[in-house]
Design a protein around this ligand. Structure first.
Ligand code: SR1
Ligand code: MG
Length: 417
């Protein structure tokens, strides 16, 4: 009824040529526009449209899951949620998400900044490329979006309104709740795994402690509306150059626990770490790059803690009131103690969510390119198996790890060849 119609490379010039927010970037001579469909994600159409005047990205939701086909319908409204998430992320973490030029709710499309020469971080991690500043930016992005999307920063009315707005993104939350927290733990229809993992998968599916822990994490994800999450913050949702880092694709936005975004991101770095033997050109290169990845993990967590703590001390409006209103040393100490407790809580959640993310990317529907592109099946099973072992440990033992250094030590031990 809205007149929704998927775009094609042929129809883009005529369909977008009358929109000034688009012609501002591409010019009005649509005969010079060239569109290319470049979407390699699981859900949407993504076009790069270029002209002599410039270039834009056009992202359009399909009414189904692209990865699976029209047997799995999915609401177009996810483009609306992505648009609203991008606007909020730009306010909270300025300059770290693409600029939006045009949004059309009926056509479920967003026209946005073409990031160039950026590439998807996941591809870069397979190519063994290092990126200065990556960890610092991601720590800052997490600190700012987690803090400023929460009741530590937002006033009650705005936060309640946003909770209600994003609560409607139910179908995408449902995907996460099933694919991340439930499907890996039984033989769900769309699951698949590398055959060499059969024994380990059998053991994990019989592991009561793990299954209880996964259910705990699912309940936290579904019930703890701590902040506005990106909702799908893996290394395919980050674009990088040698010096710049940008975050894309927040269509899974929802209110949820802070540790979810942080944990998902760290998990994807841990999996890239374990996949290195399938990609590095020499043993020396592998070891060196793996250490770089562990450094990035550690720096992201530290960067998050630093930014979150800074905002806690300078911008907090909620519980225990603003720092400027402290009356005595006791107020200050209470505030610092509450901050330490909050970070400890987020740390524990982060490990739990990182663990289930590592497990689902090997046992459930959506895997990661780092592993999928390892042709030697025995080697792939070996890399994935190490990830599963760390994933299990993080999920079950999330309250036992003293700090990130001990997590990294364990990751290293599991990775030893
Ligand atoms: C059916 S969608 C599968 C996965 O792709 C997205 O990127 C999310 O990670 C989702 O879980
Ligand atoms: Mg995505």
């Amino acid at each position: 009824s809205s007149g929704y119609e998927p775009l094609t490379v042929e129809t883009i010039p005529a369909r977008l040529g009358g929109i000034s927010a688009v012609t501002d970037h591409l010019g009005t001579d649509i005969s010079t526009w060239v569109a290319d469909e470049v979407g390699d994600g699981n859900l949407n159409l993504v076009f790069i449209v270029k002209s002599p005047a410039g270039a834009v990205i056009v992202k359009q939701a399909l009414p189904y899951v692209r990865l699976v086909g029209d047997s799995w319908p999915l609401p177009l409204k996810r483009a609306f949620f992505e648009y609203h998430a991008l606007i909020r992320q730009e306010e909270r973490a300025p300059g770290l998400v693409p600029k939006i030029y045009h949004f059309d709710e009926d056509q479920a499309l967003i026209v946005m900044q073409f990031l160039t020469p950026h590439i998807i971080l996941r591809h870069s991690l397979m190519a063994g490329k290092k990126h200065d500043g990556l960890a610092g930016v991601m720590g800052r992005f997490l600190g700012q979006t987690m803090f400023r999307g929460s009741d530590l920063s937002m006033d009650t009315a705005k936060r309640k309104a946003d909770l209600a707005l994003f609560a409607d993104n139910a179908e995408l939350c449902d995907i996460t709740e099933n694919l991340v927290f439930s499907d890996p733990y039984f033989e769900a229809e769309l699951n698949h795994h590398t055959p060499g993992l059969d024994d380990l998968v059998g053991r994990l599916r019989a592991d009561i402690d793990l299954k209880v822990a996964a259910q705990d994490m699912k309940a936290k994800f579904a019930n703890n509306a701590e902040t506005m999450l990106h909702g799908d913050l893996h290394t395919g949702s980050i674009m990088v150059t040698d010096t710049e880092t940008m975050v894309i694709d927040p269509e899974f936005v929802t209110y949820g626990p802070m540790g979810f975004d942080i944990g998902m991101l760290l998990a994807n770095f841990f999996m890239a770490y374990y996949a290195q033997p399938g990609h590095a050109e020499s043993e020396g290169a592998r070891a060196d790059y793996q250490e770089w990845i562990l450094g990035v993990i550690s720096d992201i967590w530290r960067g998050f803690c630093d930014e979150f703590s800074h905002l806690w001390r300078t911008e907090r409006n909620g519980i225990l009131y603003q720092a400027t209103l402290f009356e005595d040393q006791g107020d200050y100490l209470a505030s610092e103690q509450a901050l330490a407790a909050r970070l400890q809580h987020i740390f524990e959640d982060t490990l739990g969510f990182a663990g289930v993310e590592m497990i689902r990317r090997t046992l459930s529907l959506a895997h990661i390119a780092e592993n999928d592109t390892i042709e030697d099946e025995a080697l792939r099973a070996d890399c994935e198996g190490r990830g599963l072992r760390l994933g299990r440990s993080l999920t079950v033992n999330r309250a036992v790890f003293a700090d990130l250094d001990s997590v990294i030590s364990q990751a290293r031990m599991i990775g030893q060849r």
